[in-house]
Design a protein around this ligand. Structure first.
Ligand code: S3P
Length: 159
């Protein structure tokens, strides 16, 4: 878990490879099944519609054994997701608001960052979500600017 731009998909995919496990990204699963993008779902069904779909897919993936899953950044908001994810080990990929701002600078695919002042938006989301990520995490990892390989090794070491 972790906020948008924390590297969940990249790190999750590498981690799965190293552990010889299957990798799933909840957002990509939603897109695969619906055949449309996350932005499109936000436009057609609102955030509420998206969160319902997200909850279903996370429940389904959490019931699987021996997988690595990357969730969307907002999955932590729902108590049901937090509970389901606790079936496994949860890693929180933490980053500062400034790092997240830089890493999402050319972003057009994340609906929550398309309106208003992006820096402010990130700060607000983090103020709300950081305590929740910490509440659910077994491991908190400050991703900083280190390489993907280093982060993956650090995750494995701490699990
Ligand atoms: C969201 C994060 C996105 C995606 C959706 C909502 C959020 O996933 O699920 O746009 O609420 O933070 P990433 O964290 O993979 O960008």
């Amino acid at each position: 878990m972790g906020p948008m731009g924390s590297g969940k998909s990249t790190i999750g995919r590498q981690l799965a490879k190293k552990l010889h496990r299957k990798f799933f990204d909840s957002d990509r699963e939603i897109e695969k099944r619906t055949g449309v993008s996350i932005s499109w779902i936000f436009e057609m069904e609102g955030e509420e519609g998206f969160r319902e779909r997200e909850q279903k897919i996370i429940a389904e993936l959490s019931a699987m054994d021996n997988i690595v899953m990357a969730t969307g950044g907002g999955a932590v908001l729902a108590e049901a997701n937090r509970r389901n994810l606790k079936r496994g080990k949860v890693v929180y990929l933490a980053a500062t608001a400034e790092q997240l701002y830089r890493r999402t600078s050319r972003d057009t695919s994340r609906p929550l960052l398309q309106v208003g002042d992006r820096r402010q938006q990130i700060k607000q989301l983090m103020a709300q979500r950081d305590p929740l990520y910490r509440q659910v995490a077994d491991v908190v990892l400050q991703t900083g600017d280190q390489s993907v390989t280093r982060t993956v090794n650090a995750v494995i070491k701490q699990l």
